[in-house]
Design a protein around this ligand. Structure first.
Ligand code: 1HE
Length: 261
């Protein structure tokens, strides 16, 4: 039986140590998302097994994801379209605001809904083959999976507008420099790199990871005054935890690693 019940065959999950590995497994359709697959994503991130400290999401085949399965789009009216978009929002909110940070491993196409999923993750590791696009503009539609909220936070309003108006495609190196990914690695090296990062993330204090996932994005969306108050509250709660006190003492006793390149 699958670790998380009710998942489609197009989504594989396994736990390695305390890391949850999630694989998009629809390579014949370039990991395009039909409703079943996007619901599966929601199901996974709403049911992360106890003891897991970080998740890694990656794609089988030659591409991370071709985005929305366009064959499912033809017969929908406006209200059905709204429900469909809100279903994506629920799923990707579950990724961004779930219980564990998520590292995405990108390669090949990371386009449309694939980029929307990647931008809901906390860390993106791109392999050299990665390319990014928002072909919604060319298909006569609009982003519906949270891209208009999340993508400008990574690359700015002007770049996203250009991507959709002109169909501009960014390669992996440009993607790194403009903020679509935080890491760029050789083809085939993404998963190992992501697992290394995930282990570090999973070893953080729980309150630190919680604050980074749930409080920092709210501070960014808040006014300066509210943001600073949220920051003070978070800092006070975090430093009060026994785990933080123990980690600080370790440093003072010379038992923890110094910061340095
Ligand atoms: C698909 C899809 C798809 C591939 N929906 N079936 N996304 C796009 O506009 C991207 C459309 N896809 C592509 O541009 C290319 O497929 C790729 C660059 C991603 C990959 O190219 P390639 O040469 O490796 O594969 P292929 O031969 O184009 O596709 C292989 C099969 O996957 C083929 O099906 P087959 O039955 O003929 O073998 C394709 O039809 C199928 N396929 N992509 C359905 N997207 C929440 S709203 C989000 C809105 C969006 O995401 S819009 C952007 C949609």
């Amino acid at each position: 039986m699958s670790l998380i019940p009710g998942l489609p065959d197009t989504l594989h999950v396994e736990v390695q140590d305390n890391i949850l590995l999630v694989k998009l497994n629809r390579p014949d359709k370039r990991n395009a998302f039909n409703d079943e697959l996007i619901r599966g994503i929601e199901q996974v991130f709403a049911n992360v097994p106890a003891g897991v400290g970080c998740a890694v999401i990656h794609g089988e085949g030659s591409h991370f994801s071709a985005g929305l399965d366009l064959s499912a789009l033809t017969e929908r009216d406006a209200v059905q379209g709204l429900h469909h978009s809100r279903m994506w929002h629920r799923a990707l909110d579950q990724v961004q605001f779930g219980t564990v940070p998520v590292v995405a491993v990108l390669h090949g196409a990371c386009v449309g809904g694939g980029l929307e999923l990647a931008s809901a993750c906390h860390i993106r590791v791109a392999e050299a083959s990665t390319f990014y696009a928002l072909p919604e503009g060319q298909r006569g539609i609009f982003v519906g999976g949270g891209g208009s909220v999340r993508v400008p936070k990574l690359i700015g309003l002007a770049r996203m507008t250009d991507m959709m108006l002109t169909g501009r495609v960014y390669g992996a190196e440009e993607g790194l420099s403009i903020g679509l990914s935080q890491y760029l690695v050789a083809d085939g090296a993404g998963l190992d790199h992501a697992l290394g990062l995930a282990k570090k993330v999973a070893s953080n204090a729980g309150m630190t990871n919680y604050a980074l996932m749930h409080i920092l994005p709210r501070i960014v969306d808040a006014s300066q005054e509210q943001g600073l108050m949220l920051e003070s509250l978070t800092a006070a709660i975090a430093q009060n935890a026994p785990e933080a006190k123990a980690r600080l003492q370790e440093f003072l006793d010379g038992k923890s690693k110094k910061v340095g390149l």
